[in-house]
Design a protein around this ligand. Structure first.
Ligand SMILES: NC(=O)c1ccc[n+]([C@@H]2O[C@H](COP(=O)([O-])OP(=O)(O)OC[C@H]3O[C@@H](n4cnc5c(N)ncnc54)[C@H](OP(=O)(O)O)[C@@H]3O)[C@@H](O)[C@H]2O)c1
Length: 320
């Protein structure tokens, strides 16, 4: 397996490991799940992806466990990849969330559990999975600092947080926040709407945190996009409505014209944005993973007209 350097096409992509492992019910897995994970990781690495996104809750820990088995089969891989984990959610039954917990004990236990399942010495990046209304940023910061002092965590970032929450967290932390992971895609285009609809009556309920792009740009916080493939709805998955079907047809035409895959067009649209968004790709299908590899070059070549054409098709009306 070959990991390409930072400048290589596709290297801004992150592979999302939520689909690996056993069931959400009990997390049980067998050799088949490890083989599937190995094939997915190999396809990601072949595609130039060097970062892997985990969370302690994915498949009740078994996403990390099968990834750990993959690393045991190919130990040389560890030094060539970066592993990102997340803590702060407690599951109830299945994949249903019980509550959030960004208390010091939960943060430490979460990280220790992930490290053990992955069989690694540390998490290169730790994201705080979701804002916990009962959090105390100073307590979070002290738990993170202790983990960093112990060499168990490298950098720290956030996920699903608002701009004000990032500021409150950063005020307490001793090291710079490196990332905020939010849902962003052609389907979840609130990050564009919030810019386009300033001072416009349609700007009601725009579902993206106010000022996020500008804040992250100024502070050097990477915006990571989860759900970046929009669950395949524009790339061969089932279209839920006419607007989605029309957008999928446009994506297919553009891909054919450019001689690339539809996945590269969908991700290239995100990456063309000057916020330098890093898509987190969650498909477990090796062919679909490889189909993402050209996204960076599509982004580099995408014209303003192509970008706006995709955006207006996905939003279902022209810009005001
Ligand atoms: N921070 C957070 O709160 C948060 C939340 C959710 C996810 N994440 C992270 O982001 C990653 C990606 O998110 P995601 O998995 O929700 O979104 P995604 O990458 O947009 O979608 C992946 C899902 O879509 C399916 N899919 C993709 N292309 C398809 C196609 N052409 N036809 C049919 N199905 C298709 C995949 O099935 P196949 O596997 O069969 O291809 C998979 O179930 C996750 O793995 C996780 O690491 C983070």
């Amino acid at each position: 397996m070959q990991v390409l350097d930072e400048e290589s096409p596709g290297s801004r992509l992150i592979y999302g490991c939520m689909g690996l492992g056993g069931s959400w019910e009990d997390g049980r897995y067998g050799a088949r799940e490890v083989d599937l994970a190995e094939a997915a990781v190999a396809a990601a690495v072949e595609s130039g992806i060097g970062r892997f996104d985990h969370a302690d809750i994915y498949r009740r820990g078994s996403a990390e466990s099968v990834f750990g088995e993959v690393l045991r089969r190919a130990p040389e891989l560890r030094a060539r990849i970066r592993i990102q984990g997340k803590v702060g959610i407690r599951l109830a039954a299945g994949d249903v969330v019980g509550h959030y917990d960004l208390g010091a004990v939960a943060i430490r236990e979460g990280v220790l559990g992930s490290i053990e399942r992955l069989g690694v010495e540390r998490l290169d990046v730790l994201l705080l999975h979701r804002p916990d209304p009962l959090w105390e940023p100073v307590e979070v910061a002290s738990a993170v600092a202790e983990l960093q002092r112990d060499g168990l965590v490298g950098d720290v970032g956030a996920s699903n947080m608002s701009t004000a929450q990032l500021v409150a967290l950063q005020d307490a932390l001793g090291t710079p926040l490196v990332a905020n992971q939010l849902e962003m895609s052609l389907a979840r285009h609130g990050f564009v709407d919030s810019a386009v609809l300033v001072n416009h009556p349609d700007n009601v309920g725009t579902d993206f945190p106010h000022g996020m792009l500008e804040h992250c740009g100024r502070r050097g916080i990477e915006l990571q996009a989860w759900g970046a493939l929009a669950a395949g709805r524009y790339t061969g998955g089932s279209a839920v409505d006419g607007r989605t079907a029309a957008t999928a047809a446009l994506v297919a035409r553009m891909a054919a014209d450019l001689g690339v895959t539809p996945e590269a067009v969908v991700l290239g649209w995100l990456m063309r944005h000057p916020a330098r968004i890093a898509p987190v790709v969650g498909t477990t299908n090796p062919d679909r993973i490889r189909a993402c590899a050209q996204a960076e070059s599509v982004a580099a070549a995408m014209t303003r007209v192509q970008w706006y054409t995709l955006y207006t098709a996905a939003r279902g009306k022209p810009v005001p």
